[in-house]
Design a protein around this ligand. Structure first.
Ligand SMILES: C[S@@+](CC[C@H](N)C(=O)[O-])C[C@H]1O[C@@H](n2cnc3c(N)ncnc32)[C@H](O)[C@@H]1O
Length: 266
């Protein structure tokens, strides 16, 4: 197996283990979702906009709570994830909720063109560090958007790695130089005490690298936003605002997240 395939197989196994403890982790809010709450946050809601009747592709959907939240807002939703346990949990949960959504188990870098084209594709929070080939990732997005379709990415800013070393990608430099960081982790961010241990490979991609990959795949960039708040309390000193986002107590000096909006040619 090539180095890339080894890294991918190792990461699938890591996410299989994480998924098994995430479904019941309070952070994921499955009970609140069952009671009607959305798991979507203000940045993606604002950037994606009205999805009623729109074909929506949710990349790296984990066990599908966001996918189903988009479906609840009226989207014809498809979620993709490379973890069989995550896709099985997503399908089971959709069935239990009596909700319609399609779930596909595949590495986004090997997705190819699905039978349908999508009006919008979305990926959020903790997705880029698992992507070894930005060109394969961006190519899959381009291949699956309908003419004029939009892609929205909302992601932790790679600068966070310098503020809290190892927090997301595990890098100790802003620049990843395309080399993955190999580590052995225990527990997970949603269940720190869980007795699981696994290997993983994570990549650091700069905002410029990600934006350029989308341009190289033929998409036009419509927005590059660096955001002064975080969707999760990844760093100390952040306070939960009434908007459901985590803000620094003092004047913001760094970007915690970024968002890219790109459009396929018409
Ligand atoms: C942090 S979670 C994403 C959470 C996301 N905010 C959501 O909607 O729930 C990362 C997800 O990416 C998936 N993943 C990682 N690398 C992948 C890849 N190359 N192809 C497809 N899914 C991948 C993992 O299995 C995991 O479910």
């Amino acid at each position: 197996m090539s180095g890339e395939h080894v890294a991918s197989a190792v990461n699938v196994d890591a996410w299989e283990q994480r998924t098994r403890v995430h479904f019941d982790a309070p952070m994921y809010g499955v009970d609140a979702f069952r009671d009607g709450a959305t798991t979507l946050k203000a940045p993606e809601l604002e950037l994606v906009g009205d999805v009623r009747g729109r074909r929506l592709l949710h990349l790296q959907c984990h066990f599908g709570l966001d996918t189903l939240s988009w479906a609840r807002r009226g989207a014809i939703a498809t979620g993709v994830d490379f973890s069989p346990a995550a896709i099985a949990a997503a399908r089971r949960h959709a069935r239990e909720q009596g909700m319609e959504a399609t779930f596909i188990c595949e590495d986004v870098q090997r997705l190819g063109a699905l039978p349908d084209r999508f009006d919008v594709a979305v990926a959020t929070y903790g997705v880029m560090c698992w992507i070894g080939s930005l060109s394969a990732w961006a190519g899959a997005i381009a291949a699956n958007l309908a003419p004029g379709g939009r892609f929205v990415l909302v992601e932790f800013h790679p600068l966070l790695e310098l503020l809290a070393v190892g927090k997301v990608s595990g890098a100790d430099s802003y620049f990843g130089w395309h080399n993955p960081v190999h580590s052995i982790s225990t527990g997970t961010y949603a269940a720190p005490g869980a007795s699981i241990a696994y290997e993983e490979y994570r990549w650091q991609h700069t905002v410029g690298d990600v934006a350029t990959a989308l341009l190289d795949a033929g998409l036009a960039l419509e927005g590059v936003h660096e955001l002064p708040f975080c969707a999760y309390p990844l760093l100390e000193g952040l306070q939960l605002g009434p908007d459901g986002l985590w803000w620094p107590a003092d004047e913001s000096r760094v970007p915690y997240m970024y968002a890219l909006v790109a459009r396929a040619p018409r």
